[in-house]
Design a protein around this ligand. Structure first.
Ligand SMILES: [Zn+2]
Length: 106
């Protein structure tokens, strides 16, 4: 899934993909300090949400936190978005790297 922007259908498919794909695609990995601080920032509809999950030493806890958070975004969108909102939905794929410098931007 290497499109820069994902549609509503793309995002809902993440629920059926490998568990880690949810946060890999929809969260910014801001982990720092050589694996001692794990920090994931929600990038789902980035204009309204930038919730952060930070954990010292335990990557799995940070991942679980952001994953649960992102899944609730997706399930909320499935349940509450209008057809128009689903059609116009777009969110940035965090796996998509800019070809210029290889960095990931929100
Ligand atoms: Zn969020």
């Amino acid at each position: 899934m290497l499109k820069e922007y994902l549609s509503f259908e793309d995002v809902t498919k993440l629920l059926d993909s490998a568990p880690s794909s949810v946060e890999n695609v929809l969260a910014q990995d801001c982990s720092e300090d050589f694996g001692r601080v794990f920090r994931f920032v929600c990038a789902f509809s980035p204009h309204v949400c930038k919730q952060e999950f930070k954990e010292y030493r335990f990557e799995s806890i940070a991942r679980q936190g952001i994953r649960t958070h992102l899944k609730s975004h997706i399930n909320d969108a499935k349940a509450n978005y209008s057809e128009e909102e689903k059609k116009t939905f777009s969110t940035r794929n965090q796996l998509f790297k800019s070809s210029k410098n290889g960095k990931i931007y929100l």
